[in-house]
Design a binder for this molecule. Structure first.
Ligand code: SAM
Length: 288
């Protein structure tokens, strides 16, 4: 039987969750991203910190926040964190409120597929924003294959069991630590173009890679979306950092719009097929 409760007491600090590499703004201490998420940019933090240092007073806006590696690494004093994936954002909103979860959490195929059915039932019956759905989303993310978030045409989560030897699930106390860290963060689930940007926002945009056949959520992100992203970012008068795969057409697009380009080599590329080939990436920046 599932029970979800709001924790009322403040949890003690637990070192294993702190994000050692983070050099937070002010005295705020970062935490590790709570989920596995494809395309995580923790490895870019040294490059990003250099650009962020002189803009720490700004609100950080991530139109494609994904697993939060960047926000939790930079630890801004204010942030607007957006992602079109509503389950991801609902989970973060629950962490911000304080979420303690008690659902069956065994690392077995039978438990996994029962929880997957329950998650899909809740979504299909209009309960996608419930705490139970958020709890199940966390469990499915940690237990499913490669942390993937994939839906079929009927909108059902269909990622198979992950077959991990061991999984360190966070407990209610672990989750409770995100409350204070997320307190100055606002979470929205919109298409990026609908985000209410403010003039001085520092925007870090990490859209899905420009490669074919990659889908991060049930809606694909095609070349037109890449162009839409570049043009939307170009209208922003504040600092902008864009990260993407360094395909010829991406470099051409951002160069044409007057961005400065810095090549980066990603430590690895995690694809849906488990391919881990190093990838050439690019940072396109303006107004820095
Ligand atoms: C490369 S991931 C971001 C990873 C993130 N920077 C991190 O470090 O974990 C791209 C994200 O863009 C989101 N996304 C896709 N289409 C979008 C859209 N139209 N508007 C906003 N977010 C979108 C996906 O759900 C995915 O989480």
């Amino acid at each position: 039987m599932m029970r979800v409760t709001m924790l009322k007491k403040r949890a003690s600090e637990r070192e294993h969750l702190s994000f050692e590499e983070s050099q937070p703004s002010g005295d705020r201490v970062g935490l590790r991203p709570p989920l596995k998420w494809a395309g995580g940019k923790r490895w870019q933090l040294p490059e990003l910190r250099e650009r962020w240092m002189s803009h720490q007073h700004c609100r950080l806006v991530e139109p494609f926040c994904g697993g939060l590696a960047v926000a939790l690494g930079l630890m801004p004093l204010r942030a607007l964190l957006n992602d079109v994936n509503p389950h991801l954002i609902s989970f973060y909103q629950w962490l911000k409120r304080g979420l303690s979860i008690e659902i069956p959490r065994e690392n077995t195929p039978s438990c996994y597929y029962r929880n997957r059915v329950r998650f899909n039932e809740l979504v299909a019956t209009g309960q996608a924003d419930s705490a139970e759905t958020a709890a199940l989303f966390y469990y499915l993310n940690r237990t499913g294959y490669n942390g993937l978030c994939r839906f079929n045409r009927q909108g059902q989560f269909n990622v198979p069991f992950g077959r991990y030897a061991n999984i360190g699930y966070m407990n209610g106390e672990d989750f409770f630590q995100y409350r204070s860290v997320f307190e100055p963060f606002e979470f929205t689930s919109l298409d990026f173009e609908a985000i209410p940007l403010e003039i001085g926002d520092f925007v870090y945009a990490d859209p899905p890679y420009d490669v074919e056949f990659r889908q991060y959520s049930k809606d694909g992100f095609g070349w037109e979306d890449q162009q839409r992203t570049a043009e939307w970012l170009s209208r922003h008068p504040g600092p902008v950092v864009l990260s993407n795969q360094a395909t010829a057409r991406i470099k051409k697009l951002y160069k044409k719009l007057g961005y400065n380009l810095t090549p980066l080599t990603a430590p690895r590329l995690i694809s849906c097929t488990g391919d881990r080939t190093p990838a050439q990436e690019v940072l396109a920046t303006r107004n820095l």
